[in-house]
Design a protein around this ligand. Sequence first.
Ligand code: LLP
Length: 411
Amino acid sequence: MNIQGINIADLAEKYGTPFYVYDFNRVEEKLEELKRAFHVEEKRCEIFYAMKANSHPVLLDLIRKKNIGIDAVSPGEVEVALKAGIAPDKILYTGNFESSGDLARVYKQGVRINLDNSRSLNKLLNIGKPETISFRINPGRGSGKYEHITTGGEKAKFGIPIDQVLQAYKKAQEAGIRKFGVHTFLGSGILDEDHFPEVVALLLEKANYIKSKLNIKFDFMDIGGGFGINYFGEEKSLDIEETARKSLQKFDDLVDEYELGSPHLAIEPGRYVVGDSGFLVTSVTSVKESFRKYVGVNAGFNILLRPALYGAEHDIVIDGKQNLGKSEKVDICGQICENTDIFARDRKLPTVEEGDLMIFKQAGAYANAMSMPYNMRMRTAEIGILDGQEKLITRPENLDDFYNRILVNEM
Ligand code: LLP
């Protein structure tokens, strides 16, 4: 397999496995595609990249160069975004279960604040009065590819029910805040174009309700992320142009109908930006014929958590065997000492042998970002490819990194 002319097997030879490798030209294409589709230059939409998906500084630098904003979920993310040169007014902080300490930090960092709890406003006002405030509404329903990535609805910890939101905006007005946004996010991994204009309609209906009670004018209305990519076995992919066209149309129509002034739409894509630009390259360590046939690789859920956490499935390539028939069904597992360390069950593959390179596709988002050094199996290297050049952009973690944090060995 090649990425922008760079051979993956050569990278494996040079750096050893496992590692993540990113096609940054692909990321640039996705960013351009989003900007075009959502008419960002014409100021019809503002994009905040959800950096939780992948917060490598190289990626944040690409985001900065494309003049795109950042959706940050913690003061730590805000700090990393600021360090990458993103301007504070291009960062939207959306916390959850915000502590006073968190709020004090992000207030000082000077970024826009989107609150996930009406009570957080009191905490924030004790710290200072922001120029702009927005609140994340939970409209009482959600939809995500898996239950575990559904972020709206009665079982979601996120967002604020509408009655409380109304009180919160009222309080903000009374405190003298004059600029407002409004936010919602129903869930991640959506491949249905019509979902997004529906979320627009849901949010604007709530905004209209708030406006009718408090006569608030909103500067921005943010529908969050959720733009899905194809992983494995999906029948259709998300048409982003159609998604954008329908969402903007719905937005314009309802802004007119409800007389909401001149707000702009905001979106927070994470997965769509980087998901299909990343690959996890592993080596097959052994094949085991037990009650089932297992193929084991030198990475586990500590490196790629999505299958174990959500039952997510990634497309898998055996390097050099792409053209061979898929002659057997195997279970693919990692080396973590847990029985949930399974990447796929009954996956049809060509005959796999020890030493083969197994490449997990769509591993750019929520992949390395969610990794951990469980079992003393440390996090991997990351390699970036841009304009036909490859660079080691993160070294592998090692045991010294573990010991560096240990202060006491004996008590
Ligand atoms: N905005 C907010 C407030 C969010 O909570 C999220 C994701 C996003 C934007 C970006 O959503 P996206 O465009 O990537 O769907 N770890 C899971 C996904 C969790 C999403 C959490 N919030 C996974 O690996 O599928």
